[in-house]
Ligand binder design. Structure first.
Ligand SMILES: O=C(O)CCC(=O)C(=O)O
Ligand SMILES: [Mn+2]
Length: 199
């Protein structure tokens, strides 16, 4: 495993997870999920997305990028919920706050292909990733797509940090274990990634 990768199982207990879901729900008002599309092919992602923060990650036929506004409502994104900022402060070991929190929602058939998070300018800052709801099978490899990978399960409340060398590691979600958690009333999995975008 590349240096700087951290896996923090059960970082949030059940109560902290429930409180976080309430906060997220409050910040979802007028901030619905949208369906991102692949650059060029325009094929829809199976994951639904929205964002919190000054900037949000979006993807459509034009490409991947950060934007100040939601692609369908055209509104600025809501602020990053306080408990997420505290998680960043506790574990990022970074001097500056995140600009963006990408919110991914996976239903039981959704996946995310192997990719690198490299639309950010500030690659010295880690990406901090929080999992809520159904268990996922996460895969992480090296700096090249063909490098060997390791897979493990991310449960509700687990946190992963892609920092240091692992900041540019290939990673993805192969599978969602539908019905494995009772946290989200409608099931599925939420993943929140805190990102510093600009230097
Ligand atoms: O859902 C996850 O655990 C990973 C999400 C991810 O890699 C991303 O949003 O870039
Ligand atoms: Mn990623």
């Amino acid at each position: 495993m590349l240096d700087g990768f951290q896996y923090l199982p059960e970082y949030l207990n059940r109560q902290a997870q429930e409180e976080l879901v309430d906060d997220i729900r409050n910040h979802m008002k007028n901030n619905p999920f949208f369906t991102p599309r692949m650059p060029r092919s325009n094929n829809p992602f199976s994951v639904k997305m929205t964002n919190f923060g000054e900037l949000g990650w979006v993807s459509d036929g034009t490409g991947y990028r950060y934007e100040k506004t939601h692609p369908t409502t055209k509104k600025t994104w809501p602020s990053i919920p306080r408990p997420l900022m505290s998680i960043w402060e506790d574990i990022s070991q970074y001097k500056n706050p995140p600009h963006a929190c990408l919110v991914n929602y996976y239903n039981s058939g959704a996946k995310m292909g192997l990719h690198v998070d490299n639309d950010e300018e500030d690659l010295a800052a880690p990406v901090v990733s929080i999992s809520l709801g159904d268990t996922a099978r996460f895969r992480i490899g090296g700096l090249n797509r063909k490098d060997p990978t390791q897979s493990f399960k991310l449960h509700s409340g687990d946190v992963v940090v892609l920092g240091g060398q692992s900041r540019l590691a290939y990673h993805g979600i192969d599978h969602i274990y539908g019905g494995s958690s009772t946290l989200l009333k409608k099931g599925g999995r939420l993943n929140l990634t805190l990102r510093r975008v600009n230097v």
